[in-house]
Design a protein around this ligand. Structure first.
Ligand SMILES: Cc1cc2nc3c(=O)[nH]c(=O)nc-3n(C[C@H](O)[C@H](O)[C@H](O)COP(=O)(O)OP(=O)(O)OC[C@H]3O[C@@H](n4cnc5c(N)ncnc54)[C@H](O)[C@@H]3O)c2cc1C
Length: 452
């Protein structure tokens, strides 16, 4: 580690070691055990005088935490759980509210690769070995009408990306946060409401035990594209930038592993990709119409189209264990902050899955936010928090550009009925440059690894 990031993190390490006993990069764990809440969450020094004054007297069963959390995180997806793990490890008192039960979020499977920059973040927090399983991800097989060329995504001086399904990462985070760190996640928390009336945000929610309320110093909305935290921001504060690509993907999880490298295949009959999803399974993505439904895609058609688009009649049918449709679109909401509410992950932005960057952008956000919250809460240094939205949006726009490049290239180069033969030829030329131009190849590697 070196350079600006190392220096900046160096400052955080010292802070964390002094105030919270965080073990980062070999630093020594604090020997004094922190006081803990009823749920076992470490209570940082100097916070026991912060009792929450409930303003919602109409509620019949208000379970008021004796110590208001410093941070409330809405949503226990990959963004919320990663942030909660970082903060709890740093001794910051945080509570996560999740509307689903634990079993549901443990089995939800989407992304498959943690890019190299994301691996770096987990390494800086001393968590990479505990959280990231799976082999190294170092190549993509780009095919055109069946002819493959393997693109090496590794860069000298940079670590590789890691295959780690989102499901595996979420399971490892839950284990780390709940079983190792005694963190506080409230599953099946329904009817979450957020208010910004006072200088401190307030949150209410319900569960089997009744209705609960608390204030907090900072609130994080990591509740995905359809959560409640963004809706609590007054009209006119956020600007939404949106682009719809005009087609969809059928995502089919199958009982057949990828045998070589991950495949991204252009074809005159439409795009198909095959990405690893663990040792026994893979997910195929097939370009389809926005209006397509499961009735349009029985299993036999899925396998026929895979063979056609990969130009390989030798591919055998296997069980299709899950199918769903994803419209390809890009969305950015700006700024990613309102007062003391910070948006992270899909709550703030969406990228089309052709880029494989949605989870990785969420990890970028919470890496920045975790350090910024610790700086604000432990040193009173709010500058990183003030810069949070700009820091993340600059990265997000770079990756919206990359996602548009990937999506346009992989689809325009294929079926010409969408955008015509001229666009097909320019898209194929763009793809060829990855293998003929060291400059184009280098930029593509940087994007694949997450360093732009
Ligand atoms: C088919 C598909 C393939 C993908 N492939 C990739 C890939 O290869 N690489 C990649 O990097 N990304 C990929 N992504 C994107 C990635 O899955 C998302 O970007 C990622 O899940 C975002 O994480 P998040 O924590 O922001 O949101 P989520 O994972 O959506 O988590 C949000 C959480 O908030 C909870 N929640 C929602 N509303 C409320 C509420 N009102 N109260 C309390 N809790 C609430 C939800 O239950 C959920 O647990 C893919 C996505 C799809 C759909």
């Amino acid at each position: 580690m070196g350079g600006a990031a190392g220096l900046r993190l160096g400052r955080v390490e010292v802070r964390l070691e002094r105030h919270a006993g965080l073990r980062l990069l070999g630093y020594v764990r604090q020997t004094v055990s922190p006081r803990r809440t009823r749920q076992g969450v470490p209570i940082p020094p100097g916070l026991d005088d912060r009792t929450f004054k409930c303003e919602h007297s109409s509620m019949n069963n208000i379970n008021t935490p004796s110590v208001a959390p410093e941070v409330v995180i809405i949503g226990a997806g990959v963004a919320g759980l990663t942030l909660a793990t970082f903060l709890t490890r740093a001794g910051v008192h945080c509570v996560v509210l999740e509307r689903r039960d634990r079993a549901y979020i443990e089995q939800r499977n989407r992304a498959g690769v943690v890019e190299a920059r994301g691996v770096d973040v987990f390494e800086r927090w001393g968590l990479a070995d505990d959280l990231l399983g799976g082999p190294l991800a170092g190549a993509i097989d780009y095919r055109v009408n069946g002819a493959g060329r393997v693109f090496d995504t590794t860069l000298d001086g940079r670590g590789p990306s890691r295959f780690c399904t989102q499901q595996m990462l979420v399971n490892n985070l839950l284990h780390q946060l709940l079983d190792v760190l005694d963190g506080d996640v409230r599953f099946e928390a329904t009817d979450v409401t957020v208010s910004h009336d006072d200088s401190r945000p307030a949150v209410t929610w319900s569960d089997a035990e009744g209705t609960h309320a608390t204030s907090c110093t900072y609130l994080v909305g990591s509740d995905g594209d359809r959560g409640v935290s963004r809706d609590a921001i007054p009209d006119g504060v956020l600007t939404e930038y949106r682009y719809d690509f005009g087609y969809a993907w059928l995502a089919a999880l199958v009982e057949a592993p990828v045998t070589g490298d991950a495949i991204m295949a252009v074809s005159d009959h439409g795009f198909v990709g095959q990405l690893p999803r663990g040792p026994q399974r893979s997910r195929y993505y097939l370009q389809c119409r926005l209006e397509d439904t499961e009735q349009d895609w029985p299993d036999e058609r899925i396998w026929d189209e895979i063979r056609l688009r990969l130009n390989d009649q030798g591919i055998q049918d296997a069980a299709v264990v899950e199918k769903f449709f994803v419209p390809l679109r890009s969305v950015v909401r700006s700024p990613m902050r309102y007062r003391n509410l910070f948006l992270a992950g899909d709550a703030a932005h969406l990228v089309p899955p052709a880029s494989a960057k949605g989870m990785n952008l969420a990890l970028f956000d919470v890496g920045v936010l975790g350090e910024a919250l610790v700086a604000a809460l432990r040193d009173g240094d709010t500058a990183p928090l003030e810069a949070y939205s700009d820091t993340c949006l600059s990265h997000v726009w770079n990756y919206q550009d990359f996602a548009t490049w990937m999506t346009d290239t992989m689809h325009d180069a294929g079926d010409p009925t969408q955008h015509g033969i001229f666009r097909q030829m320019t898209a194929r030329a763009r793809l060829d440059q990855l293998f003929s131009s060291p400059t184009a190849a280098r930029l593509h590697r940087e994007y694949q690894l997450g360093y732009n």
